[in-house]
Design a protein. Sequence first.
Length: 464
Amino acid sequence: MLKSLLLTGLSMFGSLLLFAQQDVRVKGQIKNAYSQEIRFIPQLDYVLYDNDTNRTPILADGSFEIAFPIEQYSQVKIQLSKEWVRFHAFPGDSVSLVIDESQVDESYRVSGENATAAVNQFYHDWNAQFNPPGMRELKLERQKWDNSFEYLAYSDSIVNLQKHFFQARQDELPEPFVDWFRETFLYRTASGLMNYYVNHCSLNHLEEGDFVLPQFFMDAVEQVPFTEIAYPLDADVLRYFRSYLNVRPDIVNLGDQIDFIHENLEGELHDALWYSNINSIFVFSLMDEYQARLDTFLAADVPDRYKQAILTQLEDFYALAPGLPAPDFELLDQDGNLRKLSDFRGKVVMLDFWASWCGPCRVQAPATRKAIEELKGENVVFLFVSVDEDPEDWKKAIAFDQLNGVHLNAQGMTDPQLVGYRLKGVPNYFFIDQEGKIAVQNASQPKSGRLVEELRAILNSPNR
């Protein structure tokens, strides 16, 4: 069903037009800014997409200006404090942006030169039709209440409308954009289907295993090419495969994911996803279990930029190694009182860095609630540090997730109070022992089922 809708009228592969590398110059105005800076991420290189590049401050009057290089047509992600949008650019372009952070979707406007103007007008019209005010909330409601068959049928109906919209407009669009859209549309659509799984579990407080995608849904998700991909390093393509490896039922651990990558993928896509999974060794604190796979990666013939990124992760890992003092911080709680990590010296602390906008964070809530209840009365503190830059979003999420513990709020992952933790993403978990030292960095996610056991092991350690 999904395959026929996606492929009819959309040729699968197009030429990739390259240009000499030139700067894109971007300037604009952020009204009602929550953010202190704005980040621009060209989505044609995996490491560049994943790392902190192309940041510029938002000045007191809301203005900003930046230039960064691209060597071919690219969509560029604009990351604000709690929202993101995209624009489309060609090498050498000058682009102007206006965004009101209090109503991003309604206010976002892009102007540019020639081809850039045509593409961004296309997306302005696209969003007016397919992402009007309230559409995000409607999708979340459907993801909460629809069963798998109902949501797949709903998604198919939207895909059919989008396909016809694109076909009606493609003659007025530049060839590189048309090629890119044809190729990546499939992956964006399939990724949207997989969002159903994550959000259905989160919104219904379901734990892993309580809900399994049926085979007909997985068949729809898998109707995309796995080889001969024209844009293997595009962010939408990579996002699809990262999500797919997490929802496929026969892939149960990181080793299975790496084996699947080796057996089924090739070229640049293989290398990029292999890097992603090796990076997960640090994210999930699996050094002991996967040291041999890490060594194999570092010795392999993969691009140097991936190896350098992993070596940087190793440096960060050893800077926060177990046994070192946990970096202290002082942040506001829900009542406006300043609290420090060191206030809880003498207790085991489960330190949870999260955000209201982070789906993988929120889906942990049911397992965390169960662990809190099981450890009630024991010498353990659950300390939740949100990186939401809007306190109202933080407080609403606390009320919804119903997690009893100490809740503090930081102003983003780059808040000076958190610099010692070298945060690159959330969720991120640390276990702190009674002496205020790191017991475990990048600890297991609550839904792993090991949380209570691991915290009790620290409580009962003879060395503490």
